[in-house]
Every structure is written in structure tokens, then in C-alpha cells.
Design a protein around this ligand. Structure first.
Ligand SMILES: [Zn+2]
Length: 358
């Protein structure tokens, strides 16, 4: 009982000292700190991403299946430096069977002020984590004659380790994750319910697109998503619409698919949100890996694509369109990480004379 009272008092004190903060979305919160965040691989340019955050093909013993890659794979050479992307502390250093030698860092938006929302119906948070996997070694402490250890304080840009191929990795790379609110995955939380573990009581998957914390490339480096010249409007043999698009940075937050009639009225819509996993099959709740493929979804990228050749297909399955009148169109609105009025991407696909449907 005493413990509860002291917690309540400390909360009142904090509230009394600070202006009551309005809640922020996770997108707004990361935009506010992007100027201070550094890229984790000083020797690897921003287009060294071999596998982006999002759907991709998983190859196990030669069998290809759908997967959701919940981090970035940044290519480099054995022994390349890995640095902390932001200030904080070493949360954990551990060797995992899959992730290999891993350094987990904890960072705060504003320590003690829980005002950042990932999901509107969940408790807001004040913290985020970066996971750095497949390392070859751990950096030395900057002033003491020892390697970094749990709870050491870390500054942005500080050396934390060296790139490697430990764990399950087919080549030398950094698997880099951004997790919000908790470092524990949903799979872990479901497999280790309280009281065994209380590290993820939010019942959501904390991995979000790591590109969220990095600054927009300069205009000369960044090309706006090129969709209009890539779209393929003819129905595929299986009856689904496939729209190809190309971008040079994997930066989707969400994609809204809408069917609109000739008068501009909305017939139906479907939202895919990669970070919040809207549009995923609830039957695969444990991993949230699979899209609901009876509704519009993104195809899976194969491994080994460079971000300079980052292509993805939007699929509109014919089963989602039980009827399509002459003049109906699809409107696709892409919300990207660095969205502005100029980069906002909304386009129409469909043939006004086409009465395709099932
Ligand atoms: Zn990876």
C-alpha cells in the first residue's frame, strides 16, 4: 500500500512541475528528434539496405513463404563500426541463437513523460529501443578498461560494437530494429505470460519501421515514389490487380486503398498500416506476419534488394471487389515517413471503361 502511495505522489509531482503534455503520435515524436539521430553504420551509406522493413519472402530449406521483416538489414564489412543512434543506456547485451551477439539500447523521448502513442487505445510511453544484431564484437567502454556492460550510459554516435555474422545470418550485416514502449516482442509476451514475464503487457508488436527515426535524405538523394509510370492495370490471370511501384527509400507508414464510383463516392476502403499492423490476419496474432489477402495488400520482396532498386507491388484481389461498375476507380494514398504536402502520394488506378469484377 505504501508503494502505491509513493508512486501516486511522484506522479503528482511530475504533473505539477511540467505543463500537461498533449499526447503525441509516434510519428510526431520521432520527427521531433530526427535531427539528433545518427545512422548506426558510419561506413555504410543510407542505400546499403539489403532488406527493408515490411513484407518479404522467407526462404527455409528452399521453400519460399511470406514473412514480415521487422527491421532493416544494413550491409557492410566484417568489423565495421556500429554506433548508438541516440543517447540512452545499454539495456542488455546477449547472444541469441537467431540474432547472434546483440546490443539492445534504451532511449527516451522525454524521460518520465508518457505521452507518445503507437496505438490510440494503448497506454502511451516515454521510451524506445534499438536492437543491433549479428555483431562480431562489443566495443570497449570509453573511459574504463572493459567492454560495455548493461546500464552503461550511451551517447549518440558512440561506438557500441562491430558488424558481423553471428547467429543465423547468411552474410555480414547489421539487423537493426526500432521498438517502441517495450523491448519484448509479442511472441515472447504470448509465450511467457505474467507472472513469468511482465515486459510486454501492451499486447502489441513493438517493432516499427526503423527509418522513422532518421532524417529525410536531401532532395538530390531522395526520389519521390514513382508509381504512375509503373502501374499495370490489366487484371492478372488469377484476376487480381497488381500495381507496381518503385522508391529509393523504404518509407511507408500506411497505405489507404479506396474504391470510388464515377461520381467520386466511396464504395469501400481498406487501410494497411505497417507499423501498427492494421490489415493483418488476426488468425496469425502471434507474429502478425500475414496480411489479410482477401483485402488489398503488399506483395513480398525477395531478399537482397538494394534500396536503390526498391520495388513493391500493391495487390487488389478480385475477391475484395464483388462488383465494380463502369467508371469505378481505385484511389491509393501512400503515407510515408517523411510526408509533406509535396511528397504526399495519392493516385488513381483503373480504367474508366472497365467493368472488371467477380
Ligand atoms: Zn534482418
Amino acid at each position: 500500500m505504501m508503494r502505491d502511495v509513493s508512486l501516486l505522489l511522484s506522479f503528482v509531482t511530475i504533473s505539477g512541475l511540467l505543463t500537461v503534455a498533449e499526447g503525441r503520435t509516434y510519428i510526431e515524436a520521432f520527427q521531433e528528434i530526427q535531427d539528433q539521430v545518427v545512422w548506426p553504420c558510419p561506413q555504410s551509406p543510407r542505400d546499403s539496405i539489403a532488406s527493408a522493413f515490411g513484407p518479404r519472402e522467407k526462404i527455409t530449406s528452399g521453400v519460399i513463404s511470406d514473412d514480415f521483416h521487422r527491421g532493416l538489414d544494413i550491409m557492410g564489412s566484417l568489423g565495421d563500426e556500429i554506433v548508438a543512434v541516440y543517447g540512452g543506456r545499454v539495456e542488455k547485451i546477449h547472444t541469441y541463437s537467431g540474432g547472434g551477439l546483440t546490443v539492445i539500447l534504451r532511449h527516451w523521448f522525454t524521460e518520465g513523460v508518457k505521452d507518445v502513442y503507437l496505438l490510440p487505445d494503448k497506454e502511451p510511453t516515454d521510451r524506445w529501443y534499438t536492437m543491433n544484431m549479428h555483431l562480431d564484437g562489443i566495443a570497449m567502454h570509453p573511459t574504463e578498461n572493459r567492454e560495455l556492460e548493461q546500464y552503461d550510459t550511451i551517447e549518440a554516435g558512440q561506438l557500441i560494437g562491430y558488424m558481423g555474422q553471428s547467429g543465423t545470418a547468411s552474410n555480414v550485416h547489421l539487423h537493426h530494429e526500432l521498438r517502441i514502449a517495450t523491448r519484448c516482442s509479442l511472441e515472447w509476451a504470448l509465450a511467457n505470460p505474467p507472472p513469468a514475464s511482465t515486459c510486454n503487457l501492451h499486447n502489441f508488436d513493438p517493432m516499427i519501421n526503423p527509418m522513422l527515426c532518421y532524417k529525410h535524405l536531401t532532395d538530390s538523394q531522395y526520389q519521390k515514389a514513382d508509381v504512375s509510370q509503373k502501374q499495370e492495370l490489366s487484371p492478372q490471370p488469377d484476376g487480381d490487380y497488381v500495381i507496381a511501384m518503385h522508391d529509393n527509400q523504404p518509407n511507408f507508414n500506411s497505405i489507404l486503398f479506396e474504391q470510388i464510383d464515377a461520381d467520386g463516392n466511396l464504395v469501400q476502403s481498406h487501410l494497411l498500416d505497417l507499423n501498427r499492423r492494421y490489415g493483418y490476419d488476426a488468425s496469425s496474432e502471434a507474429s502478425h506476419n500475414m496480411y489479410e489477402k482477401t483485402k488489398p495488400y503488399l506483395n513480398s520482396n525477395s531478399f537482397g534488394l538494394s534500396a536503390t532498386h526498391w520495388d513493391i507491388n500493391f495487390i487488389i484481389p478480385c475477391i475484395w471487389v464483388p462488383s465494380k461498375n463502369v467508371g469505378d476507380m481505385f484511389r491509393i494514398t501512400i503515407h510515408s515517413i517523411w510526408e509533406t504536402e509535396e511528397t504526399k502520394n495519392e493516385f488513381l488506378v483503373g480504367n474508366s471503361a472497365d467493368s472488371w469484377g467477380v
